[in-house]
Design a protein. Structure first.
Length: 176
């Protein structure tokens, strides 16, 4: 599974540098992000970028579409198996784990889709929106993933609730 995932990624991304190399660049060579983004580089080109647009949409659609289908099928199998478990407690525990996994997957895909849409169709948006979306895409998944999985731990959840109650009591204390 890991090898097929790496091969798929490599095969989908491999043509991008070659597609970018054939362009003539006449605009500024300054990128708006702290990292190299295919959409931004191809917008610096003077020639037609329609092939790159089509290929980029194909890569995003193929990646998100295939991944979504496989995730849906795996969760359908998991739910079928979980619902066949006799104990209600075990079912709830298994479904709790599934919810965490779905949240982690959404934390990865939503910023990716948002960034892609902003770069493709948000040319009229301020530059700050583009920067914000790029940093959300870059930082939110790795920062939020541990939080999603640690919230399930009872001790951590209780400490977080206790902290929020402390902040709430401070706010009430300050009002008086």
């Amino acid at each position: 599974m890991g090898l097929s995932s790496v091969l798929r990624s490599a095969l989908l991304i491999l043509p991008l540098p070659f597609l970018l190399k054939r362009f003539q660049y006449c605009r500024s060579h300054v990128l708006a992000h702290a990292y190299c983004l295919h959409l931004e580089i191809m917008k610096l080109a003077c020639s037609s970028i329609i092939v790159n647009h089509i290929y980029g949409l194909f890569v995003v659609t193929c990646t998100v579409g295939v991944d979504s289908l496989l995730i849906f099928l795996s969760y359908a199998i998991i739910l079928r198996t979980v619902l066949s478990i006799a104990s209600r407690q075990q079912r709830l525990r298994a479904l709790n784990t599934c919810v965490s996994h779905v949240c982690a997957v959404l934390l990865f895909y939503i910023p990716m889709i948002g960034l892609s849409l902003v770069h493709r169709f948000g040319e009229h948006l301020p530059r700050a929106v583009h920067l914000l979306m790029s940093y959300v895409y870059l930082l939110v998944p790795p920062l939020m993933n541990p939080i999603v999985y640690s919230i399930k731990t009872k001790q951590i959840r209780q400490r977080i609730i206790k902290k929020f109650q402390f902040v709430k009591s401070l706010r009430c204390f300050c009002k008086d």
